[in-house]
Design a protein around this ligand. Structure first.
Ligand code: KIV
Ligand code: ZN
Length: 506
């Protein structure tokens, strides 16, 4: 079976999705988890686009040694040089040069002729090649381009030294049959194509990104690009976990393999969702909360008799935690530590102690503490480890006959205790106003969502918010059995990100 190279662009194309900005520490954390997952290539960023992206690529190149680390550059000498500067410390560096190829882009955006584009491709791929052996080239908007021009530009890129040629469906326009024909024509018509790996990069505007990618792999592409949870520009990118599990589950249909550790899929999905603030829809294939849940009586009966009746994959294969052990208020430190380990967490002693205390407090309110509750407690703990301001205490008075009033107590950057109070239109508004009086960083709340981690009146509530300041969006999350407290924590989380970004000047 041929191996498919898994190219993850969660940190580059995924992060481009509206409101998905990650800080450098978060990018490194995701890159480390992607390494655990076993992806072959991590596209860590677009270094010329911002100092923050440059630093993130540089840091990931230095710290994450197993996979190839790729830096994106548009076809411009400065962008290529900057990509090399950022990625040169990697154990296995790659530069990915891209350039529009469709007449639509040439006419309306770049205002260049096809001859000029060919020259830009040749000179910038050659420039990257002077720095390193591993160079990828992408003709952007390939699926709306003249196929003959794609053949020509791919040939030129290979002549100039590209070792991977990536065919993007940039606007998610293609269909599986059409995309398959384009890949086949490249294999048949481009001289020298055997010298390069054919890659595909599909967007999901028509919901066809995974289908298009799989069709291309079936017909000879050997690298596939995508993101965890399918996040990315507009409707997102091809969802890598879906492609990986399709290859594994239907190996007789594709005769392909990957070297991914599929048991790391679920923890990776959870981490990406947590840090980007993009929730995973419940019915999402592979990683959605309902992906392995059977509701109808007939299905439940079948699965109890033999899982094969209605399950085509073993949930353990994607790393879904087994729920054999129910935790409750009688569970001790040892059992809790073991459960954390089974869920893939290893906390330092301080964090463990705080999370254990939070678990005990929850177990007092809730009979059974589920894996999802524990994940939420750990996520809340991890959010607080790098805080500038910490929300110690929230108290509200509200009701239909009173003016909502909130008092907050915060711990400041030097450990000082800061307190204030405010009135609001509702309890959450009052809490946010009280926090603003202490922190004093202007911003606008643009999104506020509450969801519950599990069913039941005693469930933990999770709040996701986005705030905007100086045109940049910051995401925040918070959880608690009290949704006003969860809202305060989410706001604190978003404000801390804003302050950290300002302190770094990025
Ligand atoms: O969608 C696209 O065309 C891209 C390129 C940079 C490969 O993301
Ligand atoms: Zn893309």
């Amino acid at each position: 079976m041929d191996k498919v190279i898994i190219f993850d662009t969660t940190l580059r194309d995924g992060e481009q999705g509206a409101g998905g900005s990650l800080n450098i520490g978060e990018k490194l954390e995701i890159a480390r988890q992607l390494e655990k997952l076993g992806v072959d290539v991590i596209e860590a960023g677009f270094p010329i686009s911002s100092p923050g992206d440059f630093q993130a690529v540089q840091l990931i190149a230095k710290e994450v040694r197993q996979p190839t680390i790729c830096a994106l550059a548009h076809a411009d000498p400065q962008a290529v040089d900057r990509a090399w500067e950022a990625v040169k410390g990697a154990a296995h560096p790659r530069i990915h040069v891209f350039l529009s190829a469709s007449d639509i882009h040439l006419l309306f955006q770049l205002k260049k002729s096809r001859d000029e584009i060919i020259e830009m491709c040749r000179s910038n791929v050659a420039r990257a090649k002077k720095y390193l052996a591993n160079v990828e080239f992408s003709p952007m908007d390939a699926t709306r381009s003249d196929p003959q021009f794609i053949h020509q530009i791919v040939e030129v890129a290979i002549e100039a030294g590209a070792t991977t040629v990536n065919i993007p469906d940039t606007v998610g326009y293609s269909t599986p049959a059409e995309f398959g024909r384009l890949i086949q024509s490249i294999i048949e018509k481009v001289p020298g194509i055997h010298k390069a790996v054919i890659s595909v990069h599909c967007h999901n505007d028509l919901g066809l990104a995974v289908a298009n990618s799989l069709e291309a792999l079936r017909l000879g592409a050997r690298q596939v690009e995508g993101t965890i949870n399918g996040i990315g520009e507009r409707a997102g990118n091809a969802s890598l976990e879906e492609i990986i599990m399709a290859i594994k589950t239907r190996h007789e249909a594709f005769n392909l393999t990957t070297t991914v550790d599929t048991t790391q899929i679920y923890p990776t999905s959870r981490l990406v969702s947590e840090l980007t603030g993009f929730p995973v829809q419940p019915n999402k294939a592979i990683v959605g909360a309902n992906a392995f849940r059977h509701e109808s009586g007939i299905h439940q009966d079948g699965v109890l008799k033999a899982p094969i009746t209605y399950e085509i994959m073993n949930p353990r294969d994607v790393g879904l935690p087994s729920s054999s052990l129910v935790m409750g208020k009688l569970s001790g430190r040892h059992a809790f530590k073991e459960r954390l380990a089974e869920l893939g967490y290893s906390l330092n002693e301080e964090s463990f102690n705080r999370t254990f205390a939070a678990f005990k407090a929850l177990a007092d309110k809730k009979k059974d503490v589920t894996d999802k509750d524990i994940e939420s407690l750990v996520a809340q703990e991890l959010r607080t480890t790098s805080e500038v301001y910490h929300l110690e205490h929230v108290q509200v008075a509200c009701g239909d006959q009173s003016v909502p009033t909130a008092t907050v107590k915060l711990r400041g950057p030097k450990g000082e205790v800061l307190a204030d109070a405010a009135l609001g239109t509702g309890p959450v508004d009052a809490v946010y106003k009280a926090i603003n009086r202490v922190v004093g960083v202007p911003n606008k709340l643009i999104e506020f969502t509450v969801s519950s981690v599990t069913e039941g009146i005693d469930a933990i509530g999770e709040v996701l918010i986005r705030i905007e300041s100086d045109g940049v969006v910051y995401t925040g999350r918070g959880s608690s059995t009290d949704i006003v407290v969860a809202s305060g924590r989410a706001y604190m989380n978003a404000l801390n990100r804003l302050i950290a970004a300002r302190n770094k000047g990025s």
